[in-house]
Design a protein around this ligand. Sequence first.
Ligand code: XBP
Ligand code: MG
Length: 236
Amino acid sequence: KVRAVLFDVDGTLADTERDGHRPAFNAAFQELGLDWEWDVDLYGRLLEITGGKERILHFMEHHVPEELNRSELGEWIARLHKIKTRHYVGMLESGGIPLRPGVARLIRHLRDRNIKIAIATTTTPENVTALLKSTLGEDSPGWFDVIGAGDIVPGKKPAPDIYHWVLDQLKLPAKQCIAVEDSENGLRASLAAGLDTVVTVNGYTRFQDFTGAKLVLSDLGEPTKPFSVLEGEAGV
Ligand code: XBP
Ligand code: MG
């Protein structure tokens, strides 16, 4: 019996990467007077590195190695990333990013059946709360039994750390839970934690390797008409 569903955030709950995180990184670069610009293709490649701070460091190593000479590099990246988070949260607060199809319905369905819901993500905690509040309402972060996000674990996805942490907090064995992911990195993390996983692909992830997933879907679906109408038409 399924006791809990663990949701990834970016790419799974909402299409946040291309038109959310990416422009927020670019706005932060601009604010610090850097002439870096992450276009859609480059960002797709950079997504291989999970975690915003880790992604910035990787970009610097490969594209602007001379910038690595900055003193206190770690602190400087953290400051740049804070600016990025401010831009991203601002975007969410102005209602910029909707949930993907079927997400709100599935969450409602699980809550109605007393199945626990949780978040297991690499993104920064503020980003998660801002997304949930702006799409599902002010009190929605409280619907989740556990929210695992960001730097609370040492290893980001594809390491299973965040899933282990969330399962620990839930006090449930992996076998009684399901993960919902959108990417190969996310799937590697959930599988390594022993979770059966449903993958909902998006523009950046659809050609990735989802070997081991229980199910790979284009999205979580939304009926084109209310269920009552569909049932009437089917003569149920
Ligand atoms: C996706 C990530 C994050 C976001 C950016 O996480 O790897 O790094 O791209 O967010 P997930 P931050 O799919 O696990 O939700 O800049 O806050 O890291
Ligand atoms: Mg994801």
